[in-house]
Design a protein around this ligand. Structure first.
Ligand SMILES: CC(=O)CC(=O)C(=O)O
Ligand SMILES: [Mg+2]
Length: 220
């Protein structure tokens, strides 16, 4: 059997674990309460979409939002990983969008229902190429940005995260065993907004990477 290549981790069928409300400015813009512990939810591997394929608006939503996030790709699995060892479990990073059907999320929140329909639909996790760990020496201090049709909507620094990457790896791995190829989405800074069919999204991490996606017809 040929060895699998971590640079195509999205083909492995591993977990996508997402952290919500990890930036105070985004918590404020959505009028949510600041979390005292990380808020976690999952996306299935079928949520992945890579450049060249479109983001599809789910047929049941009329308010699809972008959320630009730093993704952490796990290179070495583990359970109850300590914060001090956490970065040894990281293979690299990916720039990610946590596409969110905001109208559906608000409805789920008001009814006390899970966020699956709002967060886990096909193409809800656009990702960049794999970024080897060495290319981001300090993931706790990099700037992420996102433009819609050339207009800057999000521009935030990972230094503003409420829960750091080592803390998140340690916290998550006490609850959900991490495996090689898993991806952790670390939350979005402020500036989330709606996208429409035919919009063009561009996002980047400083001078490390950029990625482009088109928004396309409804996903049904
Ligand atoms: C309110 C949210 O959708 C939480 C989330 O995903 C985030 O990044 O924050
Ligand atoms: Mg998010």
């Amino acid at each position: 059997m040929t060895a699998r290549n971590i640079s195509r981790f999205w083909e492995w069928g591993r977990k996508i674990i997402c952290v919500g409300r990890n930036y105070a400015d985004h918590v404020k813009e959505l009028k949510n309460a600041l979390p005292t512990e990380p808020i976690l939810f999952l996306k299935p591997p079928s949520a992945y979409v890579t450049e060249g394929s479109p983001i599809l608006v789910p047929f049941y939503s009329s308010n699809l939002h972008h959320e630009v996030e730093l993704g952490v790709v796990i290179g070495k699995g583990g359970t109850a990983i300590s914060q001090s060892n956490a970065m040894d479990h990281v293979a690299g990073y990916a720039l990610c969008l946590d596409m969110t059907a905001r109208d559906i999320q608000e409805d789920c929140k008001s009814k006390g229902l899970p966020w699956t329909l709002a967060k886990a639909f096909n193409t809800s996790c656009p990702i960049s190429e794999f970024i080897p760990k060495e290319r981001i020496p300090d993931p706790g201090n990099v700037t992420l940005w996102l433009k819609v049709n050339d207009q800057l909507r999000q521009n935030g620094c990972t230094a503003q995260m409420i829960f750091s990457i080592p803390f998140l790896i340690s916290y998550i791995s006490k609850i959900i065993t991490l495996e090689e190829g898993d991806l952790i989405l670390t939350g979005t800074p402020k500036g989330v907004s709606a996208v429409q069919e035919h919009d063009e999204l561009q996002a980047g991490i400083e001078d490390v990477i950029t990625m482009n996606f088109k928004v396309n017809r409804k996903n049904q």
